[in-house]
Design a protein around this ligand. Structure first.
Ligand SMILES: C[S@@+](CC[C@H](N)C(=O)[O-])C[C@H]1O[C@@H](n2cnc3c(N)ncnc32)[C@H](O)[C@@H]1O
Length: 223
């Protein structure tokens, strides 16, 4: 699957993360959900681990061993530094998510933070189906991501883009705003009701949005 979060966005990832309202609250909730669900032997995977920002709260608040998967060698290298103090509990895997899931042993908990929205609709469905197939019986998938509510979508998009315009240098603002506009197009946008149906079609027994900040949610799905 193509990586749409690369080059200038990858280089300025921290400046962008500083301007998103879900940070750090939804990262924390994701970590606490894993703490509630995990046992000592749970196999836990993050898909699209980036620079390690979403893994830090998980490693800080739990004792789990974490497999971190990202297709970008640059992101993997940075995350090894970010997560250096947890080296005994981390394994880094540089591979495409679909290719990895097709052959990996099953996981008890899989999570993905602000990664799923980057894929075209068909690839999203394939990835959710692959996660479902991989999960152990009773396993759990935690999605932290941009899932638009059914009304007020344009206003929420504009509110976030205004922050980028006001506080980022013009080239970075232009790049992330173009990315946001494409994310909000029919080819990529995740709408709450449609997404919940996709989870059900993939086979998940339940999928529930636990919390929301503007466009961003924590969703917990059980196999
Ligand atoms: C927006 S970043 C999110 C990073 C991190 N989870 C966070 O919340 O800060 C999305 C990540 O997904 C990775 N990615 C994109 N396509 C991928 C693929 N096909 N397989 C695995 N990772 C992918 C990108 O390299 C990038 O690091």
């Amino acid at each position: 699957m193509e990586n749409r979060y690369d080059d200038i966005l990858r280089i300025h990832n921290q400046d962008i993360l500083d301007l998103v309202p879900y940070n750090p609250f939804l990262f924390t909730l994701g970590a606490l959900e894993i703490r509630n669900a995990a046992t000592k032997d749970s196999r836990v995977l993050e898909i699209g681990s980036g620079e390690g920002d979403s893994a830090v709260p998980v490693l800080r608040r739990t004792d789990v061993k974490l497999d971190l998967l990202d297709v970008s060698p640059e992101m993997i290298e940075i995350s090894k530094h970010t997560l250096g103090e947890y080296s005994e509990r981390t394994i880094f895997i540089c591979e495409d998510a679909l290719e990895y899931l097709a052959k990996a042993d099953s996981y008890d908990i899989v999570f993905a933070a602000w990664t799923l929205h980057n894929f075209p609709q068909d690839d999203k469905k394939k990835l959710l189906a692959a996660i479902y197939e991989n999960l152990a019986d009773g396993g759990m998938f935690i999605l932290l991501d941009k899932v638009y509510p059914m009304t007020g979508q344009q206003e929420l998009l504009e509110r976030q883009n205004a922050r980028y315009r006001r506080y980022l240098s013009s080239d970075v603002a232009e790049a992330i705003i173009a990315h946001e506009i494409e994310d909000a197009s029919d080819a990529f946008r995740m709408d709450q009701d449609t997404l919940l149906s996709t989870f059900s079609e993939a086979g998940f027994a339940s999928a529930e949005i636990l919390d929301r900040i503007e466009r961003d949610v924590i969703l917990v799905a059980k196999k």
